[in-house]
Each structure stands twice: as C-alpha cells, then as structure tokens.
Design a protein around this ligand. Structure first.
Ligand code: PGA
Length: 254
C-alpha cells in the first residue's frame, strides 16, 4: 500500500462542538506529520463547513466526503441533496450503496448504479460499497454478490465506469461488529474484485482503488494494510474517536 485512501464515515453521529474538537486535533496531527496518503472525512453533510474552514483543507491535506446523494439532479424531492450541490460544496468523494442505506432505505443495485452515474457526470468520486451478508457468506456467495453489484454499474455506466472511483469491500457482517474480516480473506476478495474489473476492460484502468471497511481498528490496521490489493479503508466507529483515528493514521504512515 503506497498512498492509502482513508475515509472516516461518521454516519449519524457528531455535534458541532465535537466535530470542531476533532478537526482541531486532526489539523494539529496533519501539520506535524507528513501523511503520505489521502484522508477524507464523511461527516453529516450539514457539518462539512467545519472541515472546509480548516487551513489543512485549503492546503489539500484533507478532503470532504458525503455519506449519500440523491439519484435525481433537480426538482421536487424534499429533503434530498443532489450531486451538483455536493460538488458546489467542495465535496470530492461520495459514499453510495452502503449496506445501511441498502437495507434502511431500500436502495437497490439499480438506484445505486444511477447515483454512481450521476456522480461521475459531476466529476465526483464514488465510493461504491459492496459486500455480502452473513448468510451469503455461509452460502459461499461472496463472489456472486460482488459481481452482481459491480455488473449493474458496468451495465449502466459502460466500460469506463470505474476509472476515477473507489470500491469499498465491506462485508456486511463485519460492519460495526468488532469482528473484522480476516485480512487474508479480505485480500482474497479485493484481489477478485480487481481482477474482475480488469477482465472487463481492454485498457489499463486509471485511478481505481479498493478499500476495505468493517470494524477497522488500531489493532487490525497493520495486518489489513499489508494486503496487496487493499488500497485504503472506510472506517466507521474508529473514526469517531480522534485518538484512535490518529493512531490508525500514525500506524499507516510508518
Ligand atoms: P465500522 O463501519 O468501521 O464501524 O465497522 C464501517 C462502515 O460502515 O463503513
């Protein structure tokens, strides 16, 4: 892993006060250390301005990510935020297809693919979450599930879909469970995803990265990051605790 992409996913957590404190300590860390990878923070989008005001944001030492986007660009969709609004707010990455949205908001592969398409149109970088449930793992369907989720994107967006994009392999059973995937198994799936994407192309893909997500902590980061096909991490719970998040960044930066 040469230049890892680390995204902290805050989900429905945080207050103005807590995020300001987090930003201050993260700023200090990034000013004192030459972090070799890319860091993005996916806050509840209304708090993005806190990161935007930081000098480390202006110096491009940190980027903004969003946790969701609507699959329309304009119109009567009360409560939604469009891709161009995110772009306008200087957001660079957008998480889509997270299992929490697939389950709680009935987002199908088709809806996710449409979001992917709209993000690419707006030059935003999709972080497409894919992965299997516990039952699908037991039924030996990991590859099948990943292929289905990837193919819907290829079918809607064409052969170049995954240029400038990220796939986060997040086994659903590992999310928020204290039970991360075994690093070798995560590597096996990440390698499969990379090979599958490449097998569809007749050119060398550009700026395509594979993250692992699901109970990443300071205790398992070293083993996970040593896996060849894992280019970064989507970190939930451990990104909420600034000391743990900074420890993870320190370990990654060794
Ligand atoms: P977790 O969440 O690190 O708390 O497991 C990861 C995610 O949901 O993206």
């Amino acid at each position: 892993m040469i230049k890892p992409i680390i995204v902290g996913n805050w989900k429905l957590n945080g207050t103005k006060k807590r995020i300001k404190k987090f930003s201050k300590l993260l700023s200090l860390f990034l000013t004192q250390h030459n972090f070799k990878g890319t860091i993005a923070i996916s806050l509840p989008v209304i708090y993005s301005y806190i990161i935007k005001n930081l000098s480390i944001f202006k110096k491009k030492k940190i980027f903004l990510s969003a946790q969701n986007v609507d699959n329309h660009t304009l119109g009567s969709f009360t409560g939604e935020i469009s891709p161009n609004m995110l772009y306008d707010m200087m957001i660079k990455y957008v998480i889509i297809g997270h299992s929490e949205r697939r389950f709680n908001h009935q987002e199908t592969n088709y809806i996710v693919a449409n979001k992917f398409r709209l993000l690419k149109k707006e030059n935003l970088i999709p972080i497409l979450c894919i992965g299997e449930t516990e039952q699908e793992k037991k039924d030996n369907k990991i590859k099948e599930i990943c292929v289905k989720q990837i193919d819907t994107i290829f079918n809607m967006c064409g052969i170049h879909a995954f240029d400038n994009s990220i796939i986060a392999y997040e086994p659903i059973w590992a999310i928020g469970s204290h039970n991360s995937a075994n690093p070798l198994k995560a590597q096996f799936v990440a390698q499969f995803i990379r090979q599958y994407i490449n097998s569809k192309l007749n050119y060398k893909i550009k700026n395509f990265f594979i993250q692992y997500g699901g109970s990443v902590t300071k205790n398992n980061i070293l083993e996970l990051m040593s896996q060849k096909d894992i280019d970064g991490f989507l970190i939930g719970k451990a990104s909420l605790k600034i000391t743990e998040f900074i420890k993870i960044l320190e370990l990654i930066n060794i």
